[in-house]
Design a protein. Sequence first.
Length: 258
Amino acid sequence: MAKNIQSLERAAAMLRLLAGGERRLGLSDIASSLDLAKGTAHGILRTLQAEGFVEQDPASGRYQLGAELLRLGNSYLDVHELRARALVWTDDLARSSGESVHLGVLHQHGVLIVHHVFRPDDSRQVLEVGAMQPLHSTALGKVLAAYDPVAHSEAVEAERKTLTPLTVTGLDEFESVLEQTRARGWGADVEETWEGVAAVAAPIHDRRRMPVGAVAITGAVERICEIREERRELRPELITAVRECARAVSRDLGAGRF
């Protein structure tokens, strides 16, 4: 019979300890509780921290569970199930809005497009399923970063590249954008990622009200926005439509009423 891997057993015990005890524990407490040498405990903690499973409070030096565990905890929700639940609603959204609709999830420090409904006209279009979009500038990315702590951490720590003259790259300004996104329940991108293109997105939640993806309407600025007092603002009917679509998919995933 094959032997268990000791380092994995110790790491698992460490995660259980952090999950079942006080909110934060120091290195000495962890080492003593698990009967480990401080050097051994510190090495395991550093590895878990690098993978996002453990976080260290900068002020106290104590450790707590990391946000990546949230991502693993939601692994029961298969991306294919999310796409299956969203098919009818995204088709309806594209038909009612007259624009392209994208369904995105967090993946490898960006937004992975898992479903794309073409704009319902005869124009030439390219299927974008499998494409990656940035977290910091797209409507989908802002929604994920605003509601998902893992996405937020990745967007904050990553290099926020300037993609157009309107891209928000400063940390304080970016955090302000995310705060606004949470307050109003939707995210926007007006020529921040691609010139001439605008989008509006809303979050999708599962039965535990955890964010599992986002849905967006995307199109030309002149169709997605309207001019008000010399300012380009997203059309309110599109904001309402994308939020209703996100709520409908969320309800199908068991999130209940919003």
